[in-house]
Ligand binder design. Sequence first.
Ligand code: ARG
Length: 564
Amino acid sequence: MDEKQLVSQALSAALDGALGVDQIAAIIEKPKSSDLGDLAFPAFQLAKTLRKAPQAIAAELAEKIDASGFEKVVAVGPYVNFFLDKNATASGVIHEILTTGEHYGDENIGAGGNVPIDMSAPNIAKPFSIGHLRSTVIGDSIAKIYEKLGYQPIKINHLGDWGKQFGLLITAYKKYGDEATITANPIDELLKLYVQINAEAKEDPAVDEEGREWFLKMEQGDEEALRIWKWFSDVSLIEFNRIYGKLGVTFDHFMGESFYSDKMDAIVEDLENKNLLHESKGALIVDLEKYNLNPALIKKTDGATLYITRDLATAVYRKNTFNFVKSLYVVGGEQTNHFKQLKAVLKEAGYDWSDDMVHVPFGMVTQGGKKFSTRKGHVVKLEMALDEAVERAEKQIDEKNPNLANKEEVAKQVGVGAVKFYDLKTDRNNGYDFDLDEMVSFEGETGPYVQYAHARIQSILRKANRPVNLDNLELKISDAEAWEIVKYLKDFPTIVKRAADNYEPSVIAKYAISLAQAFNKYYAHVRVLEDNAELDSRLALISATATVLKEALRLLGVAAPENM
Ligand code: ARG
């Protein structure tokens, strides 16, 4: 039973049912300082009904309560403070962690329900931006968190590989492109073409028109148009896959926008049959005034489809194919309006499952306080940033542990892990500044800090060279710092659920930092290996801590090296 439950039941019994267990559980607090116990019940609410001062109520309750399951129960002013039985609590949680290992905190809340996660989704022929990195890293973590809770995540890379911009790009390629140059350096060269042709199209309507026509040809299945487009896509994917390899992220499906090119007619017809399509200046729109949204533009005058047309087909396809319980879209906050419109159109068409579609937005990343831009040729060399992170990690390892055997591998885990962790510890909706020095630092609230705490525990356990035997162990928690750790360990399952409910990996990242800090405090006060009387309790405690740190990092897609 969890301790809130324990406390609420004891209180409800002492109150002769004046308040129900659930009512009590809702008002129980965690005291600010652990001197005041582990849980506290404020007696204010009872003052009216019982016509007594809260202080008096608290005092009476503390007297009357059956305190046998606790270390002690005392009244302090208007509060009843509960001190949990430390040894019993620790014994329960540490046993559970050491017997279930990485499965500690697993649940079957999802009952195997499918959760497609739309993530990463870079645009072919364009650089992989920092926003795509965020989507990749956040989506991957959410997938792991949902899987832990018994859902079946389906990671889908909804590549941006369809639209008028590819028509323009074909125009540019025909005018200036050179196959060999592009093959050698595809993203850079295609971006150059893209920037150039967009500038031209702005000046010269004929160029714009040509791009429009090429896209129309693509949509009509023109062989040449599709051959060039497919080539752009293939060379781009080679580059993207290299980044995914470095990040260690995989996908269940690569289904880009082009996948829906033959699936849009159905939804457009459907909207038409439901009388939702209206003509406006020659284009077809769905009016969304009652949702307080601008009309959704579904088809252009020339019949060309748009981003939202593809997303409509995508949503329907995912419902039909996966019969999802939830459908997540990890896409930057600047597309909030798009997803509102998307859901509203589906709602208008009577698809109530659109309520299960969730846009999971995130904030913008800056560098030196400035926005990253990819369109104007300020290419974000994301891959270079990742490589640089690994190099810096290696430098630090060289200083700390020059003889480390698998230095290169650990440097990758630390460097890449640092970038991911920094991203994930930020509240999703906030942005952050991309500062490699800070990310890779072993001090502060960073990935390497957490990894280092884990590696340190592993090294203590190796030194102890003594298996943690739970069978006859009477666990003893005699240090305040140890008790702090136990409370964090006990919290982990709740933390995982909170992260899932809010689609917020930062809840887990922040937790991992706190747990690592609690361990470091403990380690600064307690010579784990020196006091033999409690050696086994201490080894069990730190071993459980390492297990949970590692699992928390895993949920963030960050490795936990044994040595660093
Ligand atoms: N390719 C888009 C972009 O880079 C993101 C696509 C997000 N997913 C979606 N289903 N709309 O902005």
